[in-house]
Design a protein around this ligand. Structure first.
Ligand SMILES: [Zn+2]
Ligand SMILES: [Zn+2]
Length: 234
C-alpha cells in the first residue's frame, strides 16, 4: 500500500454521496461528506411522544404523560446520506463520520424549543465485550461530538450494560427487541452526581425499546426530563 492509498483511507478524498473531491473548503470536520450533501439531509422539526409518535410542536407532552421519555430524531433512516454516514461510522471511518453525524444532531436540536443548558448528555452504553470487538461505542462518539457542539456536559458513567444480548438490529419486531433489551442497563456504581435532565443519544432508533430501557433506569434516579435523541429513525 503506498502513502496515497493510506492517506485516502484516513482522509478519504471523495464525498461518500456525490463523489466530489473533498478539501478543506467543502469538508465537514474531518468528514467523509461534503457540506452540500450534509445540508441536503432533511431535518425533523419537532419532538414526538415516545409511546405513540404524536408530534409535540412546543416540546411539551400532550399525551402518555407517564412514558419515561420524549423522542427526537434528526432525520429518517430512509435518507440515503444519513444511512451511509451511520454505516461508515459503524464499520470503518470513525472520525470521518462522527463529526457530520454530531453536526446533524446538533443542527436538529437547535431547531427545537428546548432549553438545552439544563440537560446532560448520556450515550447509550455498549457492552464491554462489543466495545472491545469494535474498538469504540458509536453512540458515545456521536454523543461526544453533539455535546461539544451544544456546549453540554456528557455523563458517560451513569448507565452501564448489565448484560449482553445479540444486537437489536439482528432482531425483528418490537416484542423480540423489548425482550432482548430488558434488564440490559443499570446505574453505574461509579456515578458521581445525578443530572436533573438528560438527553440520551443513540445513532438509530427503531422500536424505541433501547431508549425505553435506558430511560426507565434513569427515571429510577429521579431524573426529571428525558429527551431521547437519535440521528435517524428507522
Ligand atoms: Zn457531496
Ligand atoms: Zn403519546
Amino acid at each position: 500500500m503506498n502513502l496515497r492509498s493510506v492517506l485516502d483511507l484516513i482522509f478519504p478524498t471523495q464525498c461518500i454521496q456525490c463523489k466530489i473531491h473533498l478539501d478543506a473548503n467543502n469538508r465537514v470536520g474531518a468528514g467523509v461528506v461534503c457540506e452540500t450533501c450534509l445540508e441536503s439531509i432533511p431535518l425533523g422539526e419537532t419532538l414526538a411522544c415516545g409511546r405513540c409518535g404524536a408530534r409535540l410542536p412546543n416540546a411539551k407532552r400532550i399525551c402518555h404523560f407517564d412514558f419515561p421519555y420524549v423522542l427526537g430524531s434528526a432525520t429518517s433512516y430512509d435518507n440515503e446520506i444519513a444511512r451511509k454516514l451511520i454505516h461508515t461510522l459503524k464499520f470503518d471511518l470513525v472520525e470521518g463520520a462522527s463529526k457530520p453525524l454530531g453536526n446533524l444532531l446538533a443542527a436538529y436540536a437547535g431547531r427545537l424549543p428546548v432549553d438545552w443548558e439544563t440537560f446532560e448528555v448520556v450515550p447509550i452504553p455498549l457492552s464491554k465485550r462489543r466495545e472491545r470487538g469494535r474498538g469504540f461505542n458509536q453512540s458515545l462518539i456521536i454523543a461526544e461530538e453533539f455535546a461539544r457542539r451544544m456546549s453540554l456536559r456528557i455523563s458517560h458513567r451513569i448507565l452501564e450494560r448489565a448484560k449482553d444480548g445479540p444486537p437489536q438490529s439482528e432482531l425483528k419486531g418490537r416484542a423480540a427487541r423489548q425482550e432482548n433489551i430488558r434488564g440490559c442497563f443499570r446505574i453505574s456504581e461509579s456515578r458521581k452526581t445525578i443530572p436533573r435532565n438528560v438527553v440520551l443519544v443513540d445513532d438509530v432508533t427503531t422500536s424505541g425499546a433501547t431508549f425505553f430501557e435506558a430511560a426507565s433506569v434513569l427515571k429510577s434516579l429521579k431524573v426529571r426530563r428525558i429527551i431521547a435523541l437519535a440521528v435517524a429513525k428507522a
